[in-house]
Ligand binder design. Structure first.
Ligand code: AMP
Length: 113
């Protein structure tokens, strides 16, 4: 898989506001936040997109969701939040490294654009 801006953040060759890290994943603040809290959670394993996820990735995907809920608590999103994974062109994915958006801190409209 080609190097992306996110693999460079994992390698710490470009800076990011890192909020959380463990052996499997890293979370950092989005450079162009769409809400008062906008964190991206990425697996360290470079999976291209949600469409590339395999059955064997189930524990990793579960871990990402659990960490997202823990980050939401830590970041004070007790009124609720949104967890989004954009996939492919029509899904609005712009970085080819699977990432979970955690958005909150304001009331979020539905449906998305
Ligand atoms: P998506 O459109 O779902 O692929 O989301 C990609 C997200 O990555 C966007 O919200 C961008 O603002 C964010 N992003 C791109 N480059 C960086 C960076 N260097 N640091 C933090 N967030 C970034």
């Amino acid at each position: 898989m080609a190097d992306t801006v996110f693999s460079k953040i994992i390698a710490r060759t470009i800076p990011a506001r890192i909020e959380y890290e463990d052996d499997l994943c890293m979370a950092f603040h989005d450079v162009s936040p769409q809400a008062p809290v906008h964190v991206l959670l990425i697996p360290k394993q470079p999976i291209r997109s949600l469409a590339a996820v395999q059955e064997a990735d189930s524990p990793l995907m579960g871990h990402l969701i659990v960490v997202a809920t823990q980050l939401a608590l830590r970041l004070g999103l007790e009124n609720g939040y949104r967890v989004v994974i954009n996939c492919g062109c029509d899904g609005g994915q712009s970085v080819d490294h699977l990432h979970v958006h955690l958005l909150g801190g304001r009331s979020l409209a539905w449906p998305p654009g």
